[in-house]
Design a binder for this molecule. Structure first.
Ligand SMILES: *[C@@H]1O[C@H](CO)[C@@H](O)[C@H](O)[C@H]1NC(C)=O
Ligand SMILES: *[C@@H]1O[C@H](CO)[C@@H](O)[C@H](O)[C@H]1NC(C)=O
Ligand SMILES: *[C@@H]1O[C@H](CO)[C@@H](O)[C@H](O)[C@H]1NC(C)=O
Length: 327
């Protein structure tokens, strides 16, 4: 009997050690030189590359892990998101100022992105701009706006909205109004749920999401940044295949793994940059978390490696493939 207990105790300890090892073994690696406001990472599995933007620099970026090559090109305005187009590896929908634009870019450094089509414009006659955007599991593009910022870090309140781009009419339909800073989006297709963050309301929202219409309803809060004692604000995020959220904390130097069913933090991944902006899973097995950051001077200077992209490996979870826009 005693032997048996001892054996159980050993097994128990062994398991704890194993779990700890798995949790402790993740590694954060800097993969690009700093940009000013990195955002909107999208892993394109067709070309095994990461696309992202640097909003104020008006640039779109491509990073190829296999060659470590980081290329970029400048657009004609602040760019909030870049999402590749289904069926075309050199076409992208980008959000520039208040317009959804279809552009063609060969991914080469400083090679001109050619404007193919202006799809639509939102919030006309305002000083708003488009921020984060992403395609849902059916390939519909969602993106939101935010109020004018002046001086840095001070925003016009509740002036933005969340939109979905209508495929047929190429019109943007409003899904949520009175948004402060429209930010991260993630879908749980199995549970017909959409997660969304307006950085100004200090929560992660969950909506019932209708895969056939793209409509959202029944908003609830699933995570409270303030109640959980998180310094900083929620920015971009993603979801893993277990249904847990990975959310970046701007001014918080971390990415949080969150169980949306309990509203609890499961893990906190420290990132060596204060302004952590967004993340997505990618890599050949969708088990690398790519994280964008910013190096904006808001009060204090953010020195390198702030503003770099990082990759986090060894997390022991996987994400879903990022979805391209179906036009
Ligand atoms: C791309 O061009 C930028 C300047 O716009 C330069 O700093 C960078 O080193 C170039 N990258 C590559 C891979 O050539
Ligand atoms: C919204 O919530 C109500 C009440 O729980 C439910 O009956 C309804 O199906 C929900 N709507 C959607 C689109 O899931
Ligand atoms: C979804 O939204 C569209 C546009 O607002 C509307 O026409 C349609 O009735 C909505 N569908 C449902 C099921 O609410």
């Amino acid at each position: 009997m005693k032997m048996y207990n001892l054996l159980l105790l050993c097994l128990y300890n062994f398991e704890i050690t194993l779990c700890q090892d798995i949790e402790m073994s993740h590694k954060v690696t800097k993969i690009t030189e700093p940009v000013v406001l990195g955002e909107g990472p999208h892993w394109d599995e067709r070309v095994q590359a990461l696309y992202f933007v640097s909003i104020h620099e008006q640039t779109i970026h491509k990073y190829v892990p296999a060659t470590k090559e980081h290329t970029r090109t400048k657009l004609n305005g602040r760019v909030g998101f870049i999402v590749p187009v289904e069926g075309r590896t050199d076409q992208f929908v980008v959000g520039v100022e208040l317009k959804f634009l279809l552009v063609q870019w060969d991914g080469k450094n400083n090679s001109e992105a050619k404007l193919l089509k202006e799809l639509c414009e939102v919030d006309q006659q305002t000083k708003n701009r488009l921020n984060d955007g992403k395609a849902d599991p059916r390939g519909r593009l969602y993106a939101g706006t935010m109020g004018h910022e002046e001086p840095p870090g001070v925003f016009v309140q509740e002036a933005g909205s969340l939109f979905v781009l209508e495929r047929a009419s190429a019109r943007a339909r409003t899904l949520a109004a009175r948004v402060g800073i429209s930010n991260g989006l993630a879908w749980d297709e199995r549970n017909r749920a959409m997660y969304y963050v307006d950085s100004m309301d200090k929560h992660i929202r969950k909506y019932d999401w209708d895969p056939d219409t793209g409509n959202i309803s029944n908003m609830t809060y699933v995570f409270d940044f303030v109640k959980n004692g998180i310094a900083g604000v929620g920015d971009g995020g993603t979801i893993d295949t277990d249904g847990n959220l990975w959310w970046c904390v701007f001014d918080g130097s971390c990415v949080l793994q969150i169980d949306p069913n309990t509203g609890k933090v499961l893990r906190k991944i420290d990132i060596p940059a204060k302004q952590v902006t967004s993340c997505t899973f990618g890599g050949p097995n969708f088990d690398t978390l790519f994280v964008t950051t910013a190096s904006m001077t808001i009060g204090e200077e953010q020195k390198p490696p702030c503003g770099s992209c990082f990759m986090v490996t060894g997390l022991g979870v996987k994400g879903y493939p990022n979805v391209n826009v179906k036009l």
